[in-house]
Write a protein that binds this ligand. Structure first.
Ligand SMILES: Nc1ncnc2c1ncn2[C@@H]1O[C@H](COP(=O)(O)OP(=O)(O)OP(=O)(O)O)[C@@H](O)[C@H]1O
Length: 593
């Protein structure tokens, strides 16, 4: 007769044609205030306590990390340290088919199974309380039994609470059914529960959602409709959805839409879509603040937090901020209003802002992407593997000059450049900052600059494991010239437990700015190497002979003719998520090397 209390929203949805449904309560009954327990207690309360009781909603709505809440205090634990919160309402519900005495306080729902008295009238010493923290709850619905096809009405069965639970790095929804057939009773409880849940101010009520229908296997819309939208509906979060029609669509909407209407922006797609929306949100913030982006400027923060629902092929941003590639986890972080400040890079060339983003790769990373883009006709994973193998086969170093400004607190711990010639400190400039620039030049197989750890299936600890989401710095990883076999050894270590940086030809720094200037402008002809003699029509130069260089910026190919300046801007954007220092998933091996 009653649903399992552990039924997830997905299961509930699939049962919408069946007997029991969940609804908002229609408030047709007058409010009762005849709770005996409450009255009795109230008389005994000192004045200051009564005043406290009047505040049903916690004053601060800062969410405790779900890990802390749910790992320590699970339903069913013996309740040894029950909060001293005063009861708001008390009554009887059936929970998991057992009659329970249930108490609601401002922070917890506490219940005790009702035991029949023994013939001698002794109380049972084994009685124990169970509880759940209300800050884990994101929805309360009235539960009714309906016949198949019935749209309205139905027999009232009680209330259902939906809460967010953590299972390792994953978050999911879980239902707790409070069964009671009295409409009066349920109405009072519904009102109080709703009031408490609505008091958590960090949780968004209205979202602007961008779905990229062509991400990865073109499943983003279906994924949003089936896995995410039902959760938003359950949590009463309004979603204004734009299915993007072309590259740049989300950016143009963000430049013009009325952001005041929303509490957050959500992107359903891969890293390219995320980068576009991050850039759009930040560009909009600079426009609104009247910043001149064609100069060295201090950017203002994005006005709204961003949620990332992973639906792409690599999903580096989602993995870095959620610790896992799991759309329901991402949706739960949004619903619960978990906020994580994240550092952002700006990429400028010739004094002009090109975009905001999180990561850039030059050399092997840029060439591989350029090659993959030239083979768009191949399925995504196949073209990535093909491009990787082809770039490895034709591996060659780039001659460039790299200047970098060390992150302030990391200056004492930096290494001396080892894979290139240390040129000089750039002297002769007036500002103190300029004097701190260090410059190296030489041959590099790859140079990565990353403001976030860049966790992905190929690198479960991250492509830049030494940086954090919000530490105000970027990792500069410069891989100097070496043999192909040594370079492959270095790449392979990203998917193993060994240190990928413990090679003489790799140097890493924590930096706040990097300038990279290629020194040879002979184009990037994809010439056959000694190992790979064949040269067909598909192997024409990656970039024309105009002297542009391929950069991989957040998975997007940027072809730039000259120096690129990359600066980090600490905590410039807020993402929905939590700082996962390390993913708890077992490392996934990269299959392509
Ligand atoms: N309707 C559309 N048609 C073509 N391209 C689009 C459309 N909507 C968005 N885009 C662009 O598609 C690009 C790639 O999308 P996205 O990053 O979401 O998927 P992906 O490349 O499969 O995933 P990943 O970046 O994680 O590897 C983005 O730059 C985005 O701007």
């Amino acid at each position: 007769m009653f649903e399992s209390p552990r039924k997830s929203v997905k299961v509930l949805k699939s049962r919408s044609e069946s007997q029991e449904e969940l609804h908002e309560m229609q408030l047709v009954y007058p409010m009762r205030s005849d709770d005996r327990y409450q009255k009795k207690k109230k008389k005994k309360q000192p004045k200051h306590k009564r005043e406290k009781r009047a505040v049903l909603v916690p004053e601060t709505c800062a969410e405790e990390s779900p890990a802390t809440v749910s790992e320590k205090r699970r339903i069913g634990e013996k309740c040894s340290a029950i909060s001293t919160d005063d009861p708001i309402v008390r009554g009887i519900f059936k929970i998991e088919k057992k009659s329970c005495d249930v108490v609601l306080t401002a922070t917890r729902l506490i219940w005790t199974q009702i035991q029949p008295e023994t013939p001698t009238g002794e109380s049972d010493a084994r009685r124990h309380e169970e509880y759940l923290e209300l800050r884990e709850v994101f929805a309360v619905k009235v539960k009714r039994r309906r016949s198949i096809g019935q749209q309205t009405g139905g027999t009232l069965l009680g209330l259902t609470l939906f809460r967010c639970v953590r299972k390792g790095p994953k978050l999911k929804d879980e239902a707790l059914h409070l069964n009671n057939l009295s409409a009066d009773h349920c109405e009072v409880w519904f009102k109080h529960l709703k009031e408490i849940i609505n008091g958590y101010q960090d949780r968004p009520k209205s979202l602007k959602v961008f779905v990229n229908p062509v991400s990865h296997r073109k499943e983003a819309y279906q994924l949003y409709r089936d896995e995410v939208a039902p959760l938003f509906k359950l949590a009463d979060v309004k979603a204004d959805v734009t299915v993007t029609q072309r590259k740049g669509h989300a950016l143009s909407v963000l430049k013009e839409c009325k952001l005041d209407d929303y509490d957050g922006v959500v992107v359903v797609g891969g890293d390219g879509s995320v980068a576009e929306v991050v850039h759009g949100l930040l560009l909009r913030a600079q426009m609104d603040a009247g910043r001149d982006t064609d100069s060295i400027f201090t950017p203002v923060r994005a006005a709204l937090p961003l949620g990332v629902i992973p639906a792409g092929s690599t999903d580096i941003v989602a993995c870095s901020v959620h610790g896992i590639r799991h759309p329901v986890t991402a949706a739960m972080h949004i619903i619960m209003g978990h906020h994580q400040a994240v550092d952002v890079c700006s990429f400028s060339s010739q004094g002009q802002l090109l975009r905001f983003g999180f990561s850039a790769m030059f050399g092997f990373g840029g060439r591989t992407l350029a090659l993959a883009e030239r083979h768009r006709w191949m399925p995504p994973s196949q073209r990535r593997e093909f491009a990787m193998i082809k770039s490895l086969a034709n591996l060659k170093p780039e001659d460039c000059e790299v200047s970098f400004l060390l992150q302030k607190q990391a200056q004492g711990t930096t290494q001396e450049p080892k894979c290139a010639e240390k040129v000089k400190d750039i002297g002769g400039r007036s500002s103190e900052e300029d004097k701190e620039w260090q410059t190296v030049q030489g041959l590099f197989l790859n140079i990565s600059i990353m403001a976030i750890p860049c966790i992905c299936s190929m690198a479960p600890r991250g492509l830049a494991p030494t940086t954090r989401l919000d530490n105000g710095g970027m990792a500069l990883i410069a891989v100097g010239n070496t043999s192909k076999s040594e370079f492959i050894k270095h790449l392979k270590r990203y998917s193993s437990v060994n240190n990928e940086f413990s090679f003489t030809f790799v140097e890493t720094h924590s930096v706040q700015a990097v300038k990279l200037r290629p020194r040879f402008r002979g184009g990037w002809a994809d010439e056959p190497s000694e190992e790979n003699g064949e040269f067909d029509s598909k192997n024409r130069p990656i970039i024309s002979s105009e002297g542009t260089y391929p950069w991989n910026i957040d998975g997007d190919l940027l072809e730039l003719p000259s120096e690129l300046l990359i600066r980090v801007h600490p905590q410039l954007i807020t993402l929905f998520g939590v700082n996962m220092e390390e993913t708890e998933e077992s490392p996934i091996k990269c299959s392509c090397i």
